[in-house]
Design a protein around this ligand. Sequence first.
Ligand code: ADP
Ligand code: X2W
Length: 259
Amino acid sequence: MQERLTIVKVGGKVVENPETLTSFINDFSNIAGKKILVHGGGRSATAISEALGIETQMVDGRRITDAETLKVVVMVYAGLVNKNIVAQLQSLNKSAVGLCGADLDVVRAKKREVKDIDYGYVGDVVGVNVEQLLDLINNDVVPVVAPITHDGKGQLLNTNADTMASELAKALAMDYKVQLAFCFEKKGVLKDPEDDNSVIDTLDTELFQEYKAEGIISDGMIPKLDNGFAALKRGVDKIVISNTDGLKNGFSQGTNLKL
Ligand SMILES: Nc1ncnc2c1ncn2[C@@H]1O[C@H](COP(=O)(O)OP(=O)(O)O)[C@@H](O)[C@H]1O
Ligand SMILES: CC(=O)N[C@@H](CCC(=O)OP(=O)(O)O)C(=O)O
């Protein structure tokens, strides 16, 4: 039987608030077995861009990343947010290493081609260095991965953190029984966006299409679920969408995806 590997992606709202971040890291560190943490930080990057007078533009949940914005996202994701998380894991005696896609060549990407929209320095993942990741996790090191990739020719690129997490999950699904948790500020995918307790227990692709058409599922939740279903199709064992409480009790809370 394959060993379990847990990959947790934590989103911008949890990350930007020191209290929720510390509580999340505590819960994450208590997950038994091998694990990888992928973090976002979109809201922190937007706040710092604003402080620097750089305008933020998002299209379909993706940041238009010009040269100046790229500098901000590299500093915020691969710097401040990543190192802060690593330091907090070390304080709990977890051996953690902070990486962006360029470190150990863990995630390569290709600059997105300009079609209707020029996303700038946004990268679509083309390869995951499974060997390097296996080396780390098999040595009981927790990789903490920032959503910055590289093209192998020296160019850093900005990649959505949900995509990064699902690409890692798919790449490692051959070697481990992977469970992937998308952790954000709500209890799960909601049937009524106004009612925080209306969590959908199990969501299949049919229901997803229905709720999307009705506008019940919208915004950043759409690419998150697209990424989740894509990972399930590629052999990832379990996908759950929940708040940080969902990390406790063996991922029994939140929304489970089903094909
Ligand atoms: N049906 C829904 N249930 C829960 N959240 C939803 C739903 N539809 C849209 N959303 C929105 O999706 C957002 C989560 O997506 P996103 O902002 O990309 O997450 P993250 O913080 O993980 O990056 C939530 O903050 C919420 O506003
Ligand atoms: C290309 C692209 O959009 N990249 C994302 C990466 C960060 C992210 O995904 O952060 P959250 O998980 O907090 O949203 C961005 O810059 O917003």
